[in-house]
Every structure is written in C-alpha cells, then in structure tokens.
Design a protein around this ligand. Structure first.
Ligand SMILES: *Cc1c(COP(=O)(O)O)cnc(C)c1O
Length: 385
C-alpha cells in the first residue's frame, strides 16, 4: 500500500513530471526532433555545472564518466594525485591504478575533508603531475570537499588538470566549473539530478580538450572527442538514453519552476541544516563537522546501544522509511540520510518524525518530539527570511 520513503544517496525518488516526460514516444536519435531536444536540454543544464562548455551525455552510470575523464586525459605511467576522503575517492584511485597511472594518494580519515593547505603541501615536492582527481561530495561520509579552494591550489601550484567527481551533489550543491577552474566535472543521473540511473553528464574545459586531443590511449565508447564531434551536430556518437534526456528536460523545468538553480541549492542547504539540528537535539552524533557537511547526504552515528541493522530494518518494514547503511569500516557504526534531488523540507519533517517513532519502538531514551521540533525551527526561521 505504502510506497517506500527512499532517503538514500541514490537512486533517489523521481518526480511525477519527470516520470511522465520519460514516457513520451520514442524517436530517432538522428532526427530533427532529437537535435532540438538535445541542444535545448544540454544548454539548460549548463548553469547547474556553472559552465559555458558543452554538457556531454553518456548513456551510462557515473562510473563510466569517471573512467572517461581518466582514460581520455592521462596515459599509463604518468603521475596523478588522487584526493580520497572515503569510499568514492578510493574508487577514483582504483580507476587510475587500473589504467596504470602512477598514483600519489592524498588520503584523509573518513569523515574529514581535504583542506587547501594539505593539498598545497602534498603537491609541493611533486613536479610532474598530469592531473589531480577529487571527489566533490564524498557519498560514503557526507563530506563536501572545499572544491573551489582545492581548484585554486591546483591552478597556482601545477599545470595539472583538475578532474572532479560531482556524482552525488551536482544538482544540489553550488558549482562554478569555469570560474573555479575545474577542468572536467562529472555527474550521474540517479543522485541529485532526480532521474533514474543510466545517464552520465560530463563537461570539459578548453585546457582539458587540448590535453585530450593529444592523448594516445585508445578508447572507443568513452572517447570524449567523438562525443564532442557529434555534439556539434546536436547528437551523440551512438544511441543515447533518449527517455532519460526527456526526463532531464523535465528536471530543468522543475528547477526553473522552483525559481532557478540558486533556489534549488538553497533548499538543499536548508534540508541539511534541518537534519543536522534535529540529530543534535536528539543527542545523536554526526560523522562530520558543520563546516564540511554535505548538502545532499548526512552521515549519522549509530545511537548508543542500538543494533543498527535491526533498527534500519525496522524503520523500513514498519514505517517504509529507507535509509542507507555505512560503507566499509563504518558499516554498523553509522547510517546515511539522503536529502538530495526530489526531496523537500516536508520530507525531512516526515523522516525525522518516523525516525523518532522507531527510536521509541526500540526504547531508546530521548525526549520525544525534540528532533522534529528542531527541524521545524530551522524550517520556520528560513521562511521568515
Ligand atoms: C554513486 C557515485 C559514483 C558511482 O556512480 P554509478 O552511477 O554507481 O556508477 C561515483 N562517485 C560518487 C561520489 C558517487 O556518489
């Protein structure tokens, strides 16, 4: 009877308008109609990336776009830096190692961000770095790296490209790819972009195109030059995920209806604050500091004495409230509350309220209503601004 309340870091809920848009009749990807849809839609996505560059669409998960960013820019044996603050940073490390890059790993403890100073010191003794890879939003820990400052360090200290995985925040976090000096920015459809899985979005700076044009490593399906050539004609090299592009166009409508992308970003910021304040009011710990907290996902420490697996199972079974667990060594020690994409302050009030109901079922000692009240206070204060 009830539908699942999916508070995950992806896949995330899909708006009805997007679902309906995806149901449109199929068309040829070599037709005039497609060219129009492709051109209009990719142009409308540019403000979300903060770029004037083309947005290229790959029919794939986010990982393929990460792979494309790596394989098109760096050759085996070349040196790269990968900043890793969690599971998805490690993902970038594995991709780079798989292609035989010489990886210098700047690793931080899970729950911490990488600061500009740390990156600056790390880069100092290195002289031949071709690219620096970073995760904007570390989905495993709910950390938002200070990507603008990191970009500045890369720019000031090296000639390396700065390649950013924005998979779990682009669409919910501010991004100024051109202004900040990001060379490649990547995201996927199923996180903050309010779409089902299966569409990767990638944008490339002029500097990165120069490097890509000279790169000799073969790639076929993920060859970015061929995506760029076809994009000039308003098309893709092979059959695109047409339904998802219909959906993406509807996503752009929804963002416009919200009052533009800055409003979408403000909503995510508000939801982050609601979640964090509610947990503090319940004396439940948070993995990250307020300063580096993600606007799209919050990592919440397991309340004292609670059997987390049983608790999450209970929330899902009894209240249809579906949170994601911890990854790697944090499994059992924390869970993740997703608040990205098609998620509103009312959804946060609902989820916090049900979370409290679950805590009561588990005889957890707390003041009932304290979390909801804290979230509501944050919400009401924002309405008065
Ligand atoms: C989900 C995620 C990915 C992987 O994306 P897929 O679509 O599963 O391939 C990569 N990086 C980050 C930060 C993610 O959150």
């Amino acid at each position: 009877m009830y539908s699942n309340i999916l508070r995950h870091p992806g896949p995330t809920p899909i708006p009805k308008k997007v679902q309906l848009a995806m149901n449109q009749d199929m068309m040829s990807h070599r037709s005039e109609e497609f060219v129009q849809l492709y051109r209009e839609t990719t142009n409308r996505v540019k403000p979300i990336f903060g770029t004037k560059q083309d947005i290229l669409l790959i029919p794939s998960g986010g990982t393929a776009a990460l792979e494309a960013a790596a394989v098109n820019t760096v050759s085996p044996g070349e040196e790269v830096v990968v900043i890793t603050v969690g599971a998805f940073g490690n993902y970038f490390v594995s991709i780079c190692e798989k292609f035989g890059f010489q990886v210098h790993k700047l690793e931080k403890a899970w729950g911490e961000a990488c600061s500009a100073e740390e990156l600056g010191a790390f880069l100092k003794p290195l002289s031949n770095i071709k690219a620096v890879f970073a995760t904007y939003n570390e989905t495993s820990t709910g950390i938002l790296n200070p990507i603008e400052q990191l970009a500045e360090v890369v720019r000031n200290q090296t000639d390396a490209l700065f390649i950013v995985d924005g998979v779990s925040c682009i669409g919910g976090a501010p991004a100024e790819m051109d202004q900040w000096g990001i060379d490649i920015l990547v995201t996927g459809s199923q996180k903050a972009m309010m779409l089902p899985p299966g569409l990767a979005l990638i944008s490339v700076s002029d500097r990165a195109w120069e490097v890509i044009e000279k790169n000799q490593t073969p790639s076929y399906y993920l060859n970015l030059v061929s995506y760029r050539e076809w994009a000039k004609k308003g098309m893709t090299p092979n059959t695109p995920a047409i339904s998802l592009i219909y959906g993406l166009s509807a996503v752009c409508d929804l963002i416009e209806e919200e009052g533009g992308f800055s409003q979408t970003v403000a909503r995510h910021e508000l939801m982050k604050n609601m979640v964090r304040e509610s947990m503090k009011a319940l004396s439940i710990g948070l993995l990250t500091s307020d300063e580096h907290a993600s606007p799209t996902i919050t990592a919440i420490l397991t309340p004292d004495g609670l059997d987390l697996k049983a608790f999450l199972g209970h929330l899902k079974k009894k209240y249809h409230l579906d949170f994601a667990g911890g990854l790697g060594h944090l499994e059992g020690k924390m869970f993740r509350f997703g608040h990205m994409g098609y998620c509103f302050p009312s959804d946060i009030l609902q989820a916090v309220s049900l979370l409290e109901a679950g805590l009561q079922d588990f005889n957890y000692s707390f003041e009932p209503g304290a979390g909801v009240k804290a979230a509501q206070n944050v919400f009401l204060a924002a309405q008065q601004k």
